[in-house]
Ligand binder design. Structure first.
Ligand code: ZN
Length: 163
């Protein structure tokens, strides 16, 4: 099977809200496997299902222990402390932006085996988790920029996509 194609901004699918996964079956496991493959092939550190055109609440991340998948991830607590880290996104080739987000989070999710877990994470993993979970609600990293900077970036991107 060919590697899943990653949708690029401004594809309207990237603005859609995804639905919860009701049952983790073979189809979901296969999708997770294919998402991890697409993330690795594109040298990403995270990928959300809508980026491959599937409107389901699934994300995959690269962790110290290798790739991990989270189904129906939900952030339940965010630290007041924020930090600015440069982020990229596989749906925005070549664009890197300084984004401010909470430094630590607590989240609930299902593993790819359907086990319910609660995690407390910080650092880069928390960063990627937040970025990817945003995708499930149609929120992109540029949406975290202050209004005028966002406008500037959007204009720049619009010019890139004009033939
Ligand atoms: Zn992204």
């Amino acid at each position: 099977m060919p590697v899943l194609k990653i949708l690029k901004y401004p594809d309207p699918i990237l603005n859609k809200k995804c639905g919860e996964v009701v049952e983790i079956n073979l189809e979901i496991n296969k999708l997770i496997e294919n998402m991890i493959e697409a993330m690795n092939k594109n040298k990403g550190v995270g990928l959300a299902a809508p980026q491959v055109g599937v409107l389901k609440r699934i994300i995959v991340l690269e962790s110290e222990k290798g790739p991990v998948a989270f189904v129906n991830p939900k952030i339940i607590k965010k630290s007041k402390k924020t930090e600015i880290i440069e982020e990229g996104c596989l749906s925005f080739s070549g664009i890197f932006l300084d984004i401010s987000r909470p430094r630590e989070i607590e989240a609930e999710a299902l593993t790819e085996d359907g086990e319910k877990i609660k995690i407390k994470i910080g650092g880069l993993l928390a960063r990627v988790f937040q970025h990817e979970t945003d995708h499930l609600d149609g929120i992109l990293f540029i949406d975290h920029l202050p209004f005028w900077r966002r406008l500037k970036i959007k204009n720049k991107l619009r010019n890139c996509f004009r033939d």
